[in-house]
Design a protein around this ligand. Structure first.
Ligand SMILES: CC(C)(COP(=O)(O)OP(=O)(O)OC[C@H]1O[C@@H](n2cnc3c(N)ncnc32)[C@H](O)[C@@H]1OP(=O)(O)O)[C@@H](O)C(=O)NCCC(=O)NCCS
Length: 126
């Protein structure tokens, strides 16, 4: 039987923490196949950060990463955020992948080998 490809049912573990950049809500999602983190700061609830995204090696290339990004879009919309930010290495293949998934370069990261990328959240996210 053909395996149905569903968007992962995401259960987030949430915690509030204080960092040198301010107080933030930190939410972590994972199962045997993937892991990612989304967080946002108390003083800017409109901006969601995506971090630590990883799909297990033997599960890559099957669309799971793309479906996770779609889930992050939905999380951002649910939280009424207007943008998602992440940073990645400029010369990494994943940089191109994020572009393919709608992220655009935003500004250099503190290490210029890396770049901040941004995706606007709009009403079309389903
Ligand atoms: C990036 C990652 C999450 C993508 O997950 P995935 O489940 O393989 O993603 P999908 O199957 O939805 O998409 C795969 C597509 O992205 C491309 N791609 C993904 N990572 C790539 C990379 N590092 N280099 C080149 N292409 C890459 C694949 O070639 C494929 O292209 P296609 O759709 O034209 O076939 C996964 O490769 C991963 O965990 N990489 C290691 C960790 C990492 O780099 N995380 C990002 C930190 S910023």
């Amino acid at each position: 039987m053909k395996e149905e490809k569903k968007t992962p049912a995401i259960r987030l573990k949430t915690r509030k923490e204080t960092t040198e950049w301010g107080c933030r809500w930190w939410m972590e999602a994972s199962d045997k196949s993937f892991h990612f983190v989304v967080y946002r700061y108390d003083d800017d609830l409109k901006t969601i950060y995506l971090s630590n995204l990883g799909v297990r090696k033997d599960k890559r290339g099957q669309g799971l990463g793309t479906r996770i990004l779609q889930s992050v879009d939905r999380i951002a919309k649910k939280w009424k955020a207007d943008k998602i930010l992440l940073w990645c290495k400029k010369d990494a293949g994943v940089h191109y992948w994020y572009q393919k998934c709608g992220y655009v370069d935003f500004k250099d990261y503190k290490d210029p080998a890396y770049v901040w990328m941004k995706k606007e959240v709009n009403e079309k996210v389903s």
